[in-house]
Design a protein around this ligand. Sequence first.
Ligand code: 4GX
Length: 218
Amino acid sequence: MQIDILTLFPDMFTGPLTESMLKRGQESGALSLKIHDMRAHAEGKHRQCDDQPYGGGAGMLMMAEPIVKCIEAVSGERVAGSKPHCIYLSPRGQRLTQKKVEELAQKPWLLLLAGHYEGIDQRVIDGWIDEEISIGDYVLTGGELPAMVLVDAVARHVPGVLGKQESAEEESFSPALGGKKEYPHYTRPEDFRGMKVPEVLLSGNHKKIDEWRKSQLR
Ligand code: 4GX
């Protein structure tokens, strides 16, 4: 899967996307992540990317031109009828759910637009964005963290990103438990500072263990 991220703050992505799981995904060739600085597509000595809103009001907006030029440059980097699925991260979007994550993981090519300030010119959304997605009902300073959350959630469904063991665990998520693992977990030691592991988990009786876990689901 190819994921292109458009941002004014490319440095925010070094670290989270080059460590651990996402590193393995990229090294295995399963995942190709590219960060693009939209400022490179802005005009003039100051490469201005923000301007005041028509109609007045507080704050600045991202201008259409640098965003659209960057989208066009990225979209043109690949040939033959293929276009990226373009997502704008925004508190106004549809809430990101596990269902949506799994749907997005089926796409061969995503383009994520991380906005700043009070948002972006609506004409970009109307003309170039396929869907607006929100990671939650709160307002952040920019779309970079939401873009990273989306990449992390989606990438673990792309074959070759998770290791063998993690994938096997994901596969064996008991459908009896609604595909969830949201019961309490324990690992060694059996006695931690006087706090014991529930006896049933030490019993080796998998039917009993499943029943106990189901009783603990939330
Ligand atoms: N889930 N942000 C977008 C700019 C903005 C402001 C107002 C539209 C309207 C966010 C979220 C989020 C911060 C990304 C503000 N765009 N994104 N940005 N919550 O808070 O996705």
